[in-house]
Design a protein around this ligand. Structure first.
Ligand code: FAD
Ligand code: NAP
Ligand code: MG
Length: 467
């Protein structure tokens, strides 16, 4: 009896109700379902709904209450990896949709899936929406955190005390925006990918994208698909190297601008209508003091996180989802299950020196991982390690790694066609179905249209017939 009181008499604060924060709630819920005691939980989310990045907003800049806007997603965003690689082990796509679907669903479909799992629980009762974490203090005497929040609707400030603090605020929200000489006088639209809300406005425009990672690749392909007059992707380190169609090309880095003309390192120049910075994001925690702040660039193993989760300088502070992501939803789950068992005292924490050694080992492994395939293997090994500590349902991670590797090849073979490929679930063996319409021809990304059975041409025809 005494032990149960001891186990549950602590309080956990979770900041953010995106896939990571929701994974934390789900992890505790699964424990509660087994009849085991769980701590007092409170989750705070600055947006008016859950889903994090997947909670699409048309807004840019600031939200309704003047807070920096979280969302970086856009209309026409489809999953850029096979859904079989991110599937929850305890809630499959087939369980959610009741039928096989394709391997690369659009955003709204993935949001629906995320929401489907969490709606099965009473997680919503633990979440206070429209509430932003402003500041955190660690109180060494009691080993607790004091967190100051703003209730945005009531315009009121309040504080809460927690024994553990879980930060799941994401790291693809705060733009990294380098300066290029002359950009100040560029006459057309200039924006960061964070503010890109869809390709429509770039129809018939000549577009320059700076950066050469996922955002540049996908925004370039989206704008091509939706009728831009030409896309140039400007890389700093390495070109993406895809087999581009006429209408997309790559160039070395921009050196400067003169009017609407961009000059490149290879001595060439070209005129553009618009510039989108696809230059990545900053890990930004304006609510954390210096000594609790995770300081890292986007990588597979940020420094100072034991098992990628527990802050090295203060072991009562937990970060979820701070890694660069091949795996997403199921990785956040394995992290959350690990964090849960650690907080419940089931996973023992080694001393500081041992933890440091473990962190160094992983960071060293990342340094030795250079290719896309090696990065996939790295993250696969990381998740295998995490899973070994908890009862998160085991799944065939080697097969998922293989799927990631064929995804890399699919993209190499056809950057416009890779989303038409289908994979098999390792969770329930469901074979994905081909989408009724090829991705390049599918201009409607709604859930309704996705679950519709008619191919795009017939759909257009039947609409005409109807009206
Ligand atoms: P987020 O989803 O970013 O959620 C963090 C939450 O914390 C948000 O709801 C935010 O409002 C809240 N928050 C932040 N600060 C505060 C605060 N101070 N107080 C209270 N609440 C706060 N992944 C895939 O698997 N497939 C894809 O196709 C894919 N596409 C992507 C496309 C884009 C453009 C981007 C940017 C990311 C994409 N991702 C994709 C990766 C995506 O980041 C993850 O899928 C996932 O959303 C990360 O979950 P998270 O909970 O860690 O962070
Ligand atoms: P990212 O992967 O961190 O890449 C940042 C890019 O910016 C790199 O190419 C980097 O070049 C470049 N860069 C940084 N500073 C620069 C500078 N000063 N000058 C020139 N280039 C600079 O960020 P991201 O591409 O925005 O991707 C973020 C996340 O969003 C990923 O998880 C991705 O999966 C997701 N996403 C998904 C979709 C989708 O289709 N579902 C679409 C978009 C994004 P170097 O290589 O030289 O460092
Ligand atoms: Mg709809």
């Amino acid at each position: 009896m005494r032990q149960i009181i001891f186990m549950t008499a602590f309080k956990v604060g979770i900041i953010g109700a995106g896939p990571s924060g929701l994974a934390m709630l789900r992890a505790f819920e699964s424990e509660q379902k087994k009849g085991n005691p769980i701590p007092e939980l409170k989750c705070y989310e600055k947006q008016d709904n859950w889903g994090g990045m997947w909670n699409y907003t048309w807004r840019t800049g600031v939200g309704k209450y003047g807070e920096p806007l979280h969302g970086s997603m856009y209309k026409y965003l489809w999953s850029n990896g096979p859904k079989e690689c991110l599937e929850f082990a305890d809630y499959t796509f087939t369980e959610h949709f009741g039928q096989p679907i394709s391997s690369y669903p659009p955003r709204e479909v993935l949001f629906d899936y995320i929401e489907g799992r969490i709606k099965q629980s009473n997680a919503r009762d633990y979440i206070q929406f429209n509430t932003v974490a402003r500041w955190v203090d660690y109180l060494p005497e009691t080993k607790q955190f004091r967190v100051i929040f703003d209730n945005l609707v009531k315009n009121e400030t309040f504080e809460e005390i927690f024994d553990y603090l879980v930060v799941g605020t994401g790291h693809f929200s705060t733009p990294n925006m380098p300066y290029f000489k002359g950009i100040d006088n560029f006459p057309g639209a200039v924006m960061h990918a964070h503010d890109f809300r869809g390709a429509d406005q770039f129809k018939n425009q000549k577009l320059l994208l700076i950066g050469s990672s996922y955002s540049a690749e996908d925004i370039g392909v989206q704008c091509y698909k939706h009728g831009s007059a030409g896309v140039t992707i400007s890389y700093r380190s390495n070109p993406l190297g895809s087999k581009w169609p006429d209408g997309i090309k790559e160039k070395p880095l921009v050196t400067h601008f003169e009017g609407n003309k961009a000059f490149f390192k290879d001595g060439t120049s070209e005129e553009f209508d618009a510039v989108v910075f696809c230059t990545g994001y900053q890990h930004k925690f304006p609510f954390l003091p210096d000594n609790l702040r995770l300081k890292t660039k986007n990588c597979l193993y940020p420094d100072n996180l034991y098992k990628g989760v527990i802050f090295h300088e203060n072991e009562k502070l937990i970060f979820l989802g701070m890694q660069d992501q091949y795996y997403t939803f199921n990785m956040f789950d394995t992290q959350a299950w690990f964090a849960r068992d650690y907080m419940l005292g089931r996973v023992a924490l080694p001393n500081g020196q041992e933890r440091r050694k473990d962190i160094d080992k992983w960071m060293d492994y990342e340094k030795r991982s250079l290719t896309g395939e090696e990065h996939v293997d790295f993250q696969t090994d990381y998740i295998k390690d995490l899973i070994s500590y908890t009862d998160y349902p085991a799944f065939d991670l080697d097969k998922v790694a293989d799927m990631f590797k064929s995804w890399l090849k699919d993209k190499e073979e056809s950057i416009l066609g890779y989303r038409d490929k289908v994979y098999q679930s390792v969770m329930d063996n469901t074979h994905a179905e081909k989408h009724h319409t090829k991705w390049m021809k599918e201009m409607d990304d709604s859930l309704e249209r996705y679950l519709d059975e008619q191919p795009a041409d017939e759909f257009e025809l039947s609409k005409e017939n109807y009206y």
